[in-house]
Write a protein that binds this ligand. Structure first.
Ligand code: GLU
Length: 446
């Protein structure tokens, strides 16, 4: 039995009730087989055993009082997965689906994603099973303050630097930062994704989406195509979707769908110009996105409760959540003759769907690489805070673009080194892994 198979079996036995974590561990470790074959010192140093076991996992009670005076209790998490490359870095997700498996999957992916940026950041993730939908502003504030009243003791600018993720945007980061500052009595840039008035980075909100499109542009260029003129199906409606749609529009691609919890809209005229601003407005309202959009723009069709993967497109960019593309969706994409899928959300495609797409000639750009622009800009925000300075939006976008181009190049180089053809999923895993593994070897058994 190979080192990878043996370790996967052990992981399954140890984490039987963590399907999302096992899914990413299987995807990553399987693609690393050739690396372990070529480098026996990794097995000797138990790299898999160590990299799959978080350095620390904190689970805590988050009590808060709702607007009716009723006491509510949620479960909070912070998984500090790997500090081999720098302080733990990764977002906080507030969503009812959050549990230890989801946070471990996100934290594990973050190790490789952060490594791909080439910046000095380790991997971590956190969040709570709190549903921000329908909560008042004061409820959100009370929840965030209570969450930080426990989390503060585990984080710091050189220890662990949380940011946003699903359900956590500028508002939530602001409330958490306010509470952190109050308890710690220091304004040290421990959270990223802050508003610009709070030491946040200009352009951070759209950075993830812009980065995804830079990556997609490089991917298409590599295969002799250009992004301009392409028809694109996008899912989601949050920050990532917004930045993605905006940059696609700027580069001359035509986005024809977006989706929300209520379904998706198909707008053959293109989601462009003031429609993108309207999306932002809808999102801020905390209400459904698609039905009001279709009411305002009658040429757009609303498909209640459905996903957009059956719509024909040149490029698909899922930006909603994990496992939003399953085998039947992959089959529909192949039947529609697409050549490209670029993952925007974390792990949007099941392993079975990735295999199907790849074996039917679809190039898959993995989220670990494609959405790394968000965390890369978070790291730039950390240096802005540490230097007590302000970077311009222009500086940020220039750095972001260079980082995304470099991520794509590293992934292609890994494909060439290990004869993996167009398998950019494996290429990204390998490029991300090798930097972490080298750092682990240097640091001894820890
Ligand atoms: N939540 C984002 C991600 O999945 C950003 C993390 C960060 O900026 O630390 O990469």
């Amino acid at each position: 039995m190979s080192y990878v198979s043996e370790q996967l079996e052990a992981l399954r036995a140890k984490n039987a009730n963590q399907p999302e974590f096992l899914q990413t561990a299987t995807e990553v470790l399987t693609s690393l087989e050739p690396v372990f074959d070529a480098n026996p010192e990794y097995e000797k140093n138990a790299i898999i055993e160590r990299i799959t076991e978080p350095e620390r996992q904190v689970i805590f009670r988050v009590p808060w009082v709702d607007d009716n005076g009723k006491v509510q209790v949620n479960r909070g998490f912070r998984v500090q997965f790997s500090s081999a490359l720098g302080p733990y870095k990764g977002g906080l997700r507030f969503d009812p689906s959050v549990n230890i498996s989801v946070i471990k999957f996100l934290g594990f992916e973050q190790i490789f994603k952060n490594s791909l940026t080439g910046l000095p950041i380790g991997g971590g993730k956190g969040g709570a099973d709190f549903n921000p939908v329908g909560k008042s502003d004061m409820e959100i504030m009370r929840f965030c303050q209570s969450f930080m009243t426990e989390l503060f003791r585990h984080i710091g600018p050189n220890t662990d630097v949380p940011a946003g993720d699903m359900g956590v945007g500028g508002r939530e980061i602001g409330y958490m930062m306010g509470q952190y500052k109050r308890i710690r009595d220091c304004y040290d840039g421990t959270l990223t994704g802050k508003g610009t008035a709070n030491g946040g980075l200009a352009g951070r909100a759209e950075a993830t989406g812009y980065g995804i499109v830079f990556y997609a542009r490089e991917m298409l260029k590599h295969f002799g195509e250009e992004i301009k003129g392409k028809t694109v199906v996008v899912s989601g409606f949050g920050n990532v979707t917004w930045g993605t749609v905006q940059k696609l529009d700027q580069l001359g691609a035509k986005v024809i769908t977006i989706s929300g919890p209520d379904g998706y809209i198909l707008d053959e005229d293109g989601v462009t110009g003031d429609k993108i601003d309207y999306l932002l407005e809808l999102r801020a309202s905390g209400k459904n996105i698609c039905s009001p959009y279709a009411e305002k723009y009658p040429n757009a069709k609303f498909f209640k409760g459905e996903k957009p993967w059956g719509v024909k497109a040149d490029l698909y960019i899922p930006c909603a959540t994990q496992n939003e593309i399953r085998i039947d969706d992959a089959k529909a994409m192949v039947a529609n003759g697409t050549k490209f899928l670029c993952e925007g959300s974390n792990m949007p495609t099941t392993n079975e769907a990735i295999e199907y797409l790849q074996s039917n000639g679809v190039v898959v750009g993995p989220s670990k690489a494609a959405n790394a622009g968000g965390v890369a800009c978070s790291c730039i925000e950390m240096s802005q805070n540490a230097e007590h300075t302000i970077f311009t939006e222009e500086d940020v976008y220039k750095k972001l673009e260079a980082i995304m181009v470099n991520i794509f190049k590293q992934s292609v180089a890994a494909c060439e080194k290990y004869n993996l053809g167009d398998n950019l999923v494996a290429g990204a895993n390998i490029a991300g892994f090798e930097r972490v593994a080298q750092a682990m070897l240097i640091q001894g058994i820890c």
